[in-house]
Write a protein that binds this ligand. Structure first.
Ligand code: NAD
Ligand code: ZN
Length: 360
């Protein structure tokens, strides 16, 4: 047995208002006055002085507001990197991503591509990154994806949706300030929160499970039950707990893998552009066969929070589109192996997935 030696986020600050310490924590990391800090911020915060007034720009530091309407693309990363290199006198001191999974993944990818030649699509896969990334900081403003702890940055490229998985991907510093999540709309809160719940279900029911993943997975699973089933929590408690659930859920899959919902949700994302959180919910709703307990709880949570998921998404798809969707899902072999076992190909056929997609 050859065990993986995983990197972890070396520094994390937790607490409501911890965002106020941003400039103090960044200051020693400034290389020189020509080396700016570049802030990639979700454009939902564009006119939000409560957040932006706490960012102190010095020398050539810059804020780039980015829309999270679409999930990050490799071409978008390449454009950002070119813009940053052309507009900075010297290599930046650091990249700070502020937002949800979309902005966190962009920040990770940009920090890698500043020091690695070629295009982002060349690095989609496992351990293809050659040079360490520049200093990068992740500040989540919505909880659930675990992107703040993970060793991957998920990008849609010309031929596939696949992460840049590498030892250089994890953030050097993370801020966990639950207060930053206060403005998240209810539906989105649920979808991204369910991403975390689904990470736990897929990890805890997978064949890759081990005590490392299980301990984190159980913690996050219990937190999700408190958050999404117990109506007696205060808003602050809910925010604090979901931020930690996201972290533990991410840690759980670091040493195991996700499963059926993620594999199929990637297909929906690639062909229809359905975003990760809602896509996982749409798929998971139909996975009783694989995750009976988890799906039962999920349906109760859905009702508790008045969530209605879109229906009939795949009804109008052509055979060609359905085939592409199925192929994208089946291509994620480690996810199926984790979910079903080594011999997954015996039971998971194209026809089976097509029939499942047609229900969505
Ligand atoms: P997101 O980043 O797309 O954000 C969802 C929506 O919430 C956006 O409209 C955004 O503007 C809004 N939002 C965020 N914070 C807000 C706030 N405080 N107030 C108001 N609105 C706010 O969604 P997400 O679910 O966090 O992330 C999805 C992305 O994460 C996908 O691209 C997915 O591939 C990726 N992902 C990555 C990993 C990883 O390990 N790297 C894991 C899971 C998912
Ligand atoms: Zn996920």
């Amino acid at each position: 047995m050859n065990y993986k030696n995983f990197p972890m986020v070396p520094r994390v600050i937790f607490g409501r208002g911890s965002f106020n310490q941003l400039s103090e924590i960044l200051a020693p990391k400034r290389l020189n006055s020509h080396s700016p800090f570049i802030y990639l911020i979700d454009d939902v915060f564009k006119n939000n002085a409560w957040l932006t007034s706490r960012i102190y720009l010095a020398y050539d530091d810059r804020i780039i507001f980015i829309s999270a309407k679409e999930e990050p693309k490799t071409s978008q990363v390449d454009e950002l990197v070119e813009d940053i290199i052309l507009s900075s006198k010297e290599r930046p001191s650091g990249i700070i991503g502020i937002g949800g999974g979309t902005l966190l993944d962009l920040a990770k990818a940009v920090s890698i591509m500043i020091t690695n030649e070629g295009e982002a699509k060349d690095y989609q896969g496992w351990d293809l990154v050659k040079n360490p990334a520049i200093y990068h900081v992740g500040i989540p403003t919505i909880s659930g994806t675990g992107a703040e702890v993970s060793r991957t940055t998920v990008l849609t490229g010309p031929t596939r949706k696949l992460g840049i998985n590498s030892d250089y991907t994890p953030f050097d510093q993370v801020f966990l300030d639950p207060e930053l999540t206060k403005g998240v709309p209810n539906n989105q809160w649920f979808y991204t929160g369910m991403d975390c719940f689904i990470h736990c279900v897929e990890s805890l029911n997978g064949t890759y499970l081990n005590a490392f993943s299980q301990s984190y997975g159980n913690m996050a699973y219990e937190l999700c039950k408190d958050i999404f089933l117990d109506n007696n929590l205060t808003e602050e408690d809910t925010q604090d707990k979901l931020m930690m659930a996201s972290w533990h859920g991410g840690m759980s899959i670091a040493y195991s893998q996700v499963g059926v919902a993620h594999a199929m949700s990637y297909g929906l994302a690639y062909v229809l552009g359905v975003k990760h959180g809602i896509g996982n919910c749409i798929v998971f709703d139909h996975l009783e066969e694989f995750y009976p307990e988890g799906v039962k709880l999920f349906k109760i949570m859905k009702t508790t929070h008045n969530i209605t998921l879109p229906q009939g998404l795949c009804a109008g798809l052509s055979d060609k589109e359905l085939d592409l969707m199925v192929n994208i899902a089946l291509g994620l072999e480690p996810l199926w192996e984790n979910a079903i076992g080594k011999h997954w190909k015996k039971t998971i056929t194209k026809e089976k997935l097509k029939a499942l997609y047609k229900k969505m």
